[in-house]
Design a protein around this ligand. Sequence first.
Ligand code: PA5
Length: 467
Amino acid sequence: MTALISYDPSAALATQPDNRFVDLADALEAARSEVLADVELFKRGVVPVEKQPLDAGFVTWPADLLRDAEQNGPESLIAEIERCAARLRQVSDSAVVLGIGGSYMGMRAMFEALCSPFHNELNRQDRHGIPRIYFEGWNVDSDHQSGLLNLLNRRANQASADSPDGRTSIIVISKSGGTLETAVAFRNFRGFVERRFSDAVQDLIVPVTGNTGRLRDLANSAAFKNVFSIPDGVGGRFSVLTPVGLLPAAVAGINIRRLLQGAADMTEHFRTAKYGSNVVLDSTAVVHLMEVDYGMTTRVLSTWGSRLEAMGLWYDQLLSESLGKQEKGATPITCVNTRDLHSRGQQHQQGRRDKLITNLLPGRSRHDHLGIPARDDDFDQLNQYRDICIRTVRDAAIGGTNQAYAEDRRPTADFRLECIDEHSIGQLFQLFMLSTVAEGQLIGVNPYGQPGVEAYKRNMTAILSSS
Ligand code: PA5
């Protein structure tokens, strides 16, 4: 099993003369108790009006699901997801995941972190029969949508009619079942499947949706081979470890049991470890302290290597939609280094002193052996670094960047993963979700619901109706 993620805020705390981390112990203990008490309230189904909405179901969900698998084996939800994923791998060579916001960003994060960066370029054999994975319905962009439809159409033309090689499956994900972006894309992709694979429509389309809504109504009437439910009480951006993320992840060959185990382990750590050695409580205290006491209202998640960029974007959404309320909440920014040292780096080193930089350090690489080869001509004078691994260069960049920030009293903290795998990614999801709701307790903001998002939807619908 991969070790738990560790957290080191010492460089951030050293930038402030009056290190107040210890003073926050009681507040953090109270926040933890409140988060856990909310889970009990939620489970009992008695939620006082002032706590609504209370979508606390995500906290125990991973452990609940693993227990279900242990007790019910082939009848469990995990087994059903794995069977459906195996079936989709057999019947299709491309899988399109339709969804937006919480119904999209978590799977995108897993795909980028856990699959080959060139997965879709590989042939079926090198992909071990795993379909190419595409994402749509997360925008209203006709060039992107028609580009993908044309590509899938060409693939269907090139393959023989009954071979999976030219076939596309669709996983359409919407909790409300009425989100316009996803619904528009679903019309087009459903139409494509109906036209091209009319013999297998029910096999190739899998809805993942809430218990009510238009997509649920369709799922109830259309005899799709599989339909998955998004549980009540798990909000959109907290739903990555429900069928929303688990089904497409399983299709992509990701081990969803290890993912859930990582999340369950993080919940247990949150529940039991003391303040001062609790990754969730400690990191929540530091971001809170830095923002509220020292004015670091911009939170930079600095990911090292491109595999964690989409994880950062998932966190951007989680933080923005959960705590960006009542004129409060920090502004999240995701960086990919060293790429962004050549763009945002200048500002982070010498710009406004409003940033806490938290590094997400990925640990071991999958291909640690790749290095800097020697050359006889040494035209670029890199022979001085001959045989040094690229990972060593990256680690020097991390050390050098942290040192440069520290020398100018710019606060940094480090999350350290042992490596990027299912267990650590499951931990990371749960860590950020728990930390976000605990921070909500500290600043008096309900992290669930996103009333502010309704305004643009109302206006968009009104403009569309009058055009
Ligand atoms: O966090 C949320 O609830 C939102 O980001 C939703 O996930 C997003 O708006 C998509 O909603 P739906 O799944 O209902 O289509």
